[in-house]
Write a protein that binds this ligand. Structure first.
Ligand code: HEM
Length: 463
């Protein structure tokens, strides 16, 4: 099969570079072939065609399900975590059905209900931090992200169940912390249960404990039949497909694990990068603070969400180092031409989000953090695509951008922070994400006295 711009680097060298330093791998390849190239990496079959040109990405994403298929099977790296019925694993009509069932709780109106919760939780976590003591912004945003998962997805706020699930999820999600433990997912051959102390054995046991907890929770909720609850689990439990069928327990478990996996690292990393860029660029910080302050002492979360400079800062942060480097794989269904190359059925394609966001013709001086570019022009969904597109476009886009904006605005309006190191943060692979290597070390230098809180006394849980 003829493949476009096949890289000449030996396949095993490519695989090592891809796992250890994906950004350099992508940048080196794009220097030779800026629009499209074929690489040999791990995880998606023998060869993968990377597409970095907006027009070709548009062709792929608008023809999802026709000329291309977003084959869930190729996401199998995540299967041990999310299960076979996960929306991430399915394709065709089964995928469509699960997406339809999951989508409603993620729509704009529903999001609004979570606004106060997000601001309140951020304050609760920040208020415990001492002044002038270094902390890792990523650890903190991960804490915010996990607690929000427990509150928004499960409707759990405190108590034994909350702490037990939090502890177990942390153990499981920790597997994505280092390249070493992430390798367990990239190389299935390492997935051997050699007892409770072996890495895979431990993973299986923690997963079993989480499953037990989830199935018990689902069974209890089915007994209670509480229609008042608006956490995502409760809403999913009452969702029906077009034939009137409820989602099964196993499907529920798999979708919950998918939402956790898809949201935890991504949103936490996005917030950590946001904090980094804002404090790395004093002028951006100043301009942003001025904008937030125009809202007065008690703005409602939706007015924060609509702030234009804050939106531009978040977009620029997601552009320069997109959290997910590429879309889920798509597979060619019928012979097609893409950017003058003919592709045969079966060819695996990845829309390269990172390389598209680094194109000089779209984003002059792409390594420069400049939010103004999002105020000066509008980018098409194929030029700026941190959440992918087509039939697999991220389900949590609205929730995560809402969360990112509210958390950043809450922190900035209440605290003055500074970066501990002034060297630039380099992006590094962390599981499926592109994260700041040092975790963004910061200190709080001062509490701002101007405001008591960004949000009106939101002291009680809203669910
Ligand atoms: C900054 C945060 C996030 C980023 C950058 C992000 C990015 C992405 C990307 C690039 C995709 C693949 C899209 C494609 O192939 O076209 C995706 C899919 C997905 N995301 Fe997100 N995501 C984020 C947060 C979340 C959150 C908070 C949730 C849920 C609570 C979520 C749930 C999902 C799900 C379920 C899918 C799979 C959709 C499908 O297969 O149909 N994501 N995300």
């Amino acid at each position: 099969m003829q493949l476009p711009n096949l890289l000449s680097t030996p396949s095993f060298v490519q695989k090592i570079q891809w796992v250890a330093d994906p950004v350099s791998y992508l940048e080196n390849a794009a220097q030779q072939h800026p629009d499209i190239f074929t690489g040999k990496i791990v995880g998606f079959g023998e060869t993968v065609v990377f597409v970095n040109h907006p027009q070709a990405i548009q062709e792929i994403l608008t023809n999802d399900r026709k000329k291309f298929v977003a084959v869930g099977e190729l996401n199998r790296l995540m299967q041990p975590f999310v299960g076979k019925s996960s929306v991430l694993m399915l394709e065709g009509d089964r995928h469509k059905r699960q997406r339809k069932l999951i989508m409603p709780p993620f729509h704009g109106e529903r999001m609004q209900a979570y606004g106060q919760l997000i601001c309140h939780l951020t304050e609760q976590i920040f208020i415990k931090l001492p002044l002038n003591q270094p902390f890792s912004a990523r650890d903190l945003t991960q804490d915010i992200s996990l607690q929000l998962i427990l509150q928004v997805i499960f409707g759990l706020y405190e108590g034994e169940k909350f702490h037990k699930l939090k502890h177990l999820l942390l153990l499981l999600l920790d597997y994505f912390r280092s390249p070493l433990t992430s390798s367990l997912f990239l190389f299935p051959i390492l997935q051997k249960d050699l007892g409770a102390w072996s890495p895979w054995g431990k993973f299986l046991r923690v997963r079993e404990a989480i499953d037990e907890l989830l199935y018990t929770e689902i069974a209890e909720r089915r007994q209670q039949d509480n229609t008042e609850r608006i956490d995502i689990l409760s809403m999913l439990m009452s969702a029906k497909d077009e034939t009137g069928q409820l989602i099964t327990d196993q499907e529920l478990r798999d979708q919950l694990m998918s939402l956790i996996l898809a949201s935890y690292e991504t949103t936490a990393t996005a917030m950590a990068w946001g904090l980094y860029w804002i404090h790395q660029k004093p002028l951006v910080h100043e301009k942003l603070l001025q904008e937030i302050d125009t809202l007065g002492d008690f703005p409602d979360p939706m007015s924060i969400y609509r702030l234009s400079y804050l939106s531009a800062v978040c977009n620029e942060s997601l552009r320069i180092y997109p959290i997910i480097m590429f879309s889920f794989p798509r597979v060619v269904q019928e012979s097609i031409e893409l950017l003058g190359h003919s592709l045969q059925p079966g060819t695996v394609l990845l829309a390269s989000i990172y390389l598209t966001h680094q194109r000089e013709d779209l984003y002059p001086q792409p390594q420069e953090f400049r939010p103004e570019r999002f105020l000066e022009r509008q980018f098409s969904p194929y030029e700026f695509l941190p959440f992918g597109g087509g039939v697999r476009r991220c389900i949590g886009e609205a929730l995560s951008t809402f969360q990112m904006k509210l958390v950043l605005a809450t922190i900035l309006s209440n605290y003055e922070l500074a970066l501990v190191n002034h060297q630039p943060e380099k992006p590094q692979r962390r599981g499926f994400t592109l994260a700041p290597t040092s975790g963004v070390k910061m200190i709080i230098t001062r509490r701002r006295v101007r405001q008591e809180s960004l949000v009106t006394a939101a002291t009680t849980p809203i669910f």
